[in-house]
Design a protein around this ligand. Structure first.
Ligand SMILES: Cc1cc2nc3c(=O)[nH]c(=O)nc-3n(C[C@H](O)[C@H](O)[C@H](O)COP(=O)(O)OP(=O)(O)OC[C@H]3O[C@@H](n4cnc5c(N)ncnc54)[C@H](O)[C@@H]3O)c2cc1C
Length: 385
């Protein structure tokens, strides 16, 4: 029996645990192969699984399909059929006519998954902050899954320990490639429940963007992300952004959390330690979205664990890494754009022929298109890369 200690019961940790316990049951019953039985324990510092939801909950249909994620219908609080992107000058580009994705009640999703994990024999230990004691699990030979988000203690353990040298591997600190996301859940009953709005501009969210996501019953999640070095301004920027939309409000929930916008490292496995989700980090550096990436890396880690071949994890997530690196380059370009460039970009996109329902992909195509149409941006593009 392989001992698997998963640190973190967010989407990455729970997806890992669920996939392992499901494979444990399915594959032993049918004698399909030599999948190894695993004893799964998930640790989380939170008192209640999924609470508070530190996320806007938006999931693009394109990415969800790519990673094979189908949320239970009762966890979907809004279906997104329109996406409007605003330039600093107030002009906008509207994508409509397709299903672009949905907004999730992540708390409900995580609670459903946690219950399923427990029903299938996994153990979930709450109110447990994992610290240096992680080393014990590693040294007794358990597989340790770092699913503990952007400030991962498991990742810190790896970067500080001689352990990495023993594995002959390197793991770079995330450095400045981190944004701060701040968000409030407020009533905005006039806001259409099928619309997502995204705002760019130096005065709105420098080197980031602001958003409004519907989340049912006339409520919205309104927030923004800026690089960590501008983190001290994030709260004031959000208040100013909210004031553009409502006169007064009472927040049902207010959150602030880091969002990794870094390049995914070459390796996600270090001896018997595997990093998944934001701890890796697998988050999309261009949009800051990380739910699907957390689920995908979690499932891949589970597959590698049950087949006793941890090293295959890196090849299972190779396509995601490639996509991540491409999006990282685009993030660098987007962060280097000035307000006038965004105004030009949105103007260009208005006459742009869409090819997919993926907002990230279309934005990337738009930037390339813009650079072609406005060669003055080529220098900026190369400088950014
Ligand atoms: C404001 C904001 C809005 C966002 N909006 C979106 C969005 O719309 N769409 C999208 O796809 N992504 C979004 N993201 C990103 C998304 O939330 C993350 O990418 C995703 O949550 C990553 O999942 P994870 O399981 O890797 O980490 P997390 O969700 O961070 O889960 C980590 C878990 O580990 C636990 N933990 C941490 N440290 C310890 C410890 N030492 N001991 C025990 N437990 C520990 C935590 O309690 C937590 O439950 C947003 C992020 C922010 C901040």
């Amino acid at each position: 029996m392989v001992g698997v200690d998963i640190v973190g019961a967010g989407p990455a940790g729970l997806a890992t645990a669920l996939e392992i316990v499901q494979r444990n049951t399915r594959e032993q019953v049918w004698w399909l192969n030599q999948a190894m039985p695993c004893a799964v324990t998930v640790y989380d510092e939170k008192e209640k699984i999924g609470e508070p939801q530190r996320c806007a909950g938006g999931v693009g249909l394109w990415m969800a399909g790519r990673v094979g994620f189908e949320p239970p219908p009762n966890t979907i609080v809004a279906n997104v059929r329109r996406v409007t992107i605003y330039a600093p000058n107030g002009k906008y580009w509207e994508m409509k006519g397709m299903n672009y994705g949905y907004v999730l009640d992540r708390t409900k999703l995580e609670q459903i998954w946690a219950e399923q994990v427990q029903n299938l024999g996994g153990l979930i230990i709450q109110k447990r902050i994992v610290k240096e004691d992680i080393a014990c699990s590693v040294h007794v030979g358990n597989v340790v899954v770092g699913a503990d988000g952007p400030n991962s203690v498991v990742r810190q353990f790896l970067t500080q320990q001689d352990y990495l040298y023993l594995q002959n591997k390197q793991l770079q600190p995330l450095g400045q490639d981190m944004h701060i996301g701040v968000q409030k859940t407020i009533m905005m009953d006039y806001y259409p429940q099928d619309l997502i709005e995204v705002y760019f501009g130096e005065k709105v969210a420098p080197k980031g963007y602001a958003w409004i996501f519907p989340c049912g019953n006339g409520m919205v999640r309104i927030g923004l992300g800026v690089p960590v070095e501008l983190g001290s301004q994030a709260g004031a920027l959000l208040e100013r952004f909210i004031a553009r939309h409502v006169v007064e409000y009472e927040a049902k929930c207010s959150i602030a959390k880091q969002i990794p916008t870094a390049r995914m490292p070459k390796k996600g496995v270090y001896g018997n330690v595997v990093l998944v989700g934001d701890a890796l980090p697998a988050t999309d550096p261009l949009t800051g979205g990380g739910i699907c990436q957390a689920i995908m890396t979690g499932k891949a880690a589970a597959e590698a664990i049950v087949y006793g071949d941890l090293e295959c994890y890196d090849s299972l997530i190779a396509w995601l890494r490639k996509e991540n690196h491409r999006r990282y380059r685009m993030k660098t370009v987007i962060c280097s754009l000035k307000d006038q460039d965004f105004n030009d970009l949105i103007e260009t996109m208005r006459s742009f022929h869409l090819k997919s329902s993926s907002i990230g992909k279309e934005l990337r195509r738009g930037v390339v298109h813009l650079i072609r149409k406005k060669p003055r941006l080529i220098g900026k593009f190369f400088k950014a890369l």
